[in-house]
Write a protein that binds this ligand. Structure first.
Ligand code: ATP
Ligand code: MG
Length: 412
C-alpha cells in the first residue's frame, strides 16, 4: 500500500460535525446539529457549514478535543478543528437582556428547547440528531418551511427590539428562499425599521453586500424599501429609497453574478457625486469599492450617445478595469426601458473592431522625450502629453516624429 493510500480520506464538513456530536455523546453530553444547516438539509440545499449545539460547557468541549479555540467563550462558543474542518460548537444557552440593540449582556447555559427560543426565525431554530436521523423542532420551523414563511421565534416586536440586525436577516432569508414574511413579523419589522440606524455601518454593509451579490437582489431591496429599513440604513439612504422604482427595475435586470460594486452603483445612481462619496464612507466600503462605484457613477451615461464618443474616448473608458461593469449597467438600463438599445448595440459594434493591444498602448510621446527636447515639466507639459496620447488613441498621431512636431507647436 502506498503512503497516499494509507492516508485517511478527508472529512467532509458534515462528517466532521458528526464525529464531534458522537464524541460529545460518548462523554455523556447532549449534542445536535443546529440552525442554518438543519434548515438547508430540510430544503435540499447543501449547507455551507454545520454548527453543533451541546449541553457540554465550553471548558468541557475544550477538554474533550485536541484542537480547540475559544472564540466567544462568554457566549459559549468554541471552535473545534477536526481534520481540515473547523466546526462551531456552542453550548445551549439563553440570552440575557440586550442593551445595545445587537448583543445580549450575557448568557445563561440551558437546554436545547431554551436554545431554540433565542434563535431568530423558526426556519433557523431547529436541531437535527444525526445519530437517530431525526429533526428536533421546538419552534414549528418545519411547518414554516413547508408554508414558505419567515417567522420570528416568540414575540416578533420583542425580537427586533433586542437585536436590530434581525431586520436585515429577515430580508436576507426571505429573498434568498423566496419566502413570504409572516404578517406579525412584518408589522414588527416596520415598527422597528428606524432602529437599524443603531447597527454598526460595517455590519449593515456586510448584509447589503450579501443581498446585493445574490441573484435575488431586487427582491431583497424591494423588501428593505417596503418595510422602511432601507431609508434608515445610512444618511443618504432616504433619497435612495425614494428613487426606488427605477432602482428595483434596474437591479432586476442585472445578471445573476453581478458584482457588489455594480449593484451598489445601480442603487446609488440617483445621488450626486458628493453623496456617493459620503455613502461609501458611511458604509465603510473598501477603497476598491468606493473607487469603482465613483467611476461607474461618473460614466453612467457615457455610452448612451455613441456619436459623441470619439475612438479615444471609447478606448479610455475600455482601459478602466470596471468597463465591463459599465456595460452591464448600460444593458440593465436598456432592459428596464430607460434608454434605447441602439446606442449600446453601436458601442458593442465599435468595441468589436478595436484590437486588445490598441486599447491602452504605450504612449508614443513620454515626459522623458519632452525633457530631452529641452522642455521643463509643468502644466503645459502635462497638457501636451495628454493631447498626444489622445490623438494617438484616435489614430491621428502615428509616430514619435509627428508627436515631437506637435509638442513644438504646443509648448510656449
Ligand atoms: P447562512 O446559511 O447564511 O450562514 P445561517 O442560518 O447559518 O445562514 P448564521 O449567521 O450562520 O446563519 O447563524 C447561525 C445560526 O445562529 C442561525 O441559523 C440562527 O439560528 C442563529 N443566529 C444567527 N444570528 C442570529 C441573530 N442575530 N439572532 C438570533 N439568532 C441568530
Ligand atoms: Mg451559517
Amino acid at each position: 500500500m502506498s503512503a497516499a493510500d494509507s492516508k485517511p480520506p478527508a472529512l467532509s464538513p458534515r462528517d466532521a460535525a458528526l464525529k464531534i456530536v458522537q464524541q460529545l455523546r460518548k462523554a455523556g453530553h447532549e449534542a445536535l446539529f443546529a440552525g442554518g444547516c438543519v434548515r438547508d438539509m430540510l430544503m435540499d440545499h447543501e449547507p455551507s457549514d454545520f454548527d453543533v449545539a451541546t449541553s457540554a460547557r465550553p471548558e468541557q468541549v475544550s477538554s474533550l478535543f485536541k484542537r480547540t479555540q475559544k472564540v466567544g467563550a462568554k457566549f459559549g462558543v468554541v471552535l473545534v478543528r477536526m481534520g481540515k474542518q473547523t466546526v462551531e460548537v456552542a453550548t445551549f444557552r439563553r440570552d440575557l437582556a440586550y442593551s445595545d440593540g445587537r448583543h445580549p449582556s450575557g448568557v445563561e447555559f440551558t437546554d436545547a428547547r431554551e436554545d431554540a427560543k433565542r434563535r431568530d426565525f423558526t426556519i433557523n431554530g431547529m436541531f437535527f440528531d444525526p445519530v437517530q436521523n431525526e429533526v428536533v423542532d421546538y419552534v414549528g420551523g418545519r411547518d414554516d418551511i413547508a408554508r414558505r414563511v419567515i417567522r420570528a421565534i416568540g414575540e416578533p416586536t420583542k425580537r427586533f427590539a433586542e437585536d436590530h440586525l434581525r431586520l436585515l436577516r429577515a430580508v436576507r432569508f426571505a429573498a434568498r428562499f423566496e419566502f413570504e414574511i409572516d404578517p406579525a413579523t412584518w408589522t414588527a419589522m416596520r415598527e422597528h425599521a428606524p432602529e437599524i440606524a443603531r447597527i454598526s455601518p460595517e455590519r449593515i454593509r456586510e448584509e447589503l453586500e450579501i443581498v446585493l451579490t445574490h441573484p435575488r437582489r431586487a427582491a431583497a431591496v424591494q423588501l428593505l424599501h417596503e418595510c422602511g429599513v432601507l431609508a434608515k440604513c445610512w444618511a443618504h439612504a432616504a433619497k435612495v429609497s425614494m428613487d426606488f422604482g427605477r432602482t428595483s427595475d434596474e437591479l432586476s435586470h442585472l445578471p445573476t453574478d453581478a458584482s457588489f460594486e455594480t449593484a451598489l452603483a445601480v442603487m446609488l445612481a440617483s445621488l450626486d457625486e458628493t453623496a456617493i462619496d459620503e455613502s461609501c464612507d458611511a458604509l465603510r466600503c473598501s477603497n476598491y469599492t468606493k473607487k469603482t462605484v465613483q467611476w461607474l457613477h461618473a460614466h453612467r451615461d457615457s455610452l448612451d450617445d455613441p456619436a459623441r464618443l470619439t475612438l479615444a474616448d471609447l478606448k479610455l473608458l475600455m482601459a478602466n478595469p470596471a468597463f465591463s461593469e459599465l456595460l452591464t449597467i448600460c444593458a440593465a438600463r436598456v432592459a428596464s426601458n430607460q434608454i434605447s438599445g441602439d446606442g449600446l448595440s453601436e458601442i458593442k459594434r465599435r468595441i468589436a473592431e478595436i484590437r486588445p493591444e490598441d486599447i491602452a498602448p504605450p504612449p508614443l510621446l513620454t515626459g522623458h522625450d519632452l525633457e530631452s527636447m529641452g522642455f521643463q515639466p509643468g502644466p503645459a507639459f502635462k497638457k501636451v502629453l495628454e493631447r498626444a496620447y489622445y490623438d494617438q488613441l484616435n489614430g491621428t498621431l502615428h509616430s514619435i516624429d509627428e508627436a515631437r512636431a506637435m509638442a513644438r507647436s504646443m509648448m510656449p
